[in-house]
Design a protein around this ligand. Structure first.
Ligand SMILES: [Zn+2]
Length: 147
């Protein structure tokens, strides 16, 4: 696959290929193999961390309490085993820099599309960018049904 670096969509000029930390790999291991496939290809193009894969009940309760999830156990896609969702962030993480979350999303969605893996992004729940007031979960990706 060739990503369109020359369009300037994706930052280029890395000194070395990015790779996942041990923690990211552990979290990724709790995800559906299709999500693992996407992430393992994505890391070749853009550096990012896996913040969350599977959430067991305690983790989901905590995420709900802290407002990081709108869903109660076990209705989040993070609650299935293996997880049908992951949360990622461009590395180094800067929550204020939304542009990099969009860049990462382009890479992930591009790979998912190419591999014919139906994925939904938390930045576009209905397939187009979220409207004002809708939950914007720019680091969240999940498999659509049947996976
Ligand atoms: Zn999520």
């Amino acid at each position: 696959m060739t990503l369109p670096f020359h369009y300037g969509i994706i930052p280029s000029g890395w000194i070395k290929m990015p790779y996942f930390s041990k923690t990211s790999l552990e979290r990724l291991a709790s995800c559906n193999p299709l999500l693992q496939k996407i992430a393992n290809e994505g890391i070749r193009y853009v550096d990012f961390s896996i913040l969350c894969g599977h959430r067991h009940k305690e983790m989901q309760d905590k995420a709900f309490r802290e407002g990081k999830s709108t869903k109660k156990w076990p209705s989040s896609k993070h609650n299935s085993w293996p997880s049908k969702a992951f949360d990622v962030a461009p590395w180094p993480i800067d929550w204020e820099d939304e542009k990099r979350f969009f860049q990462l999303a382009i890479v992930i969605l591009f790979i998912a599309l190419e591999k014919n893996i139906p994925v939904r992004w938390g930045g576009a729940w209905k397939g187009f960018p979220n409207r004002k007031g809708e939950l914007n979960d720019l680091g969240h990706f999940e498999l659509l049904e049947n996976h």
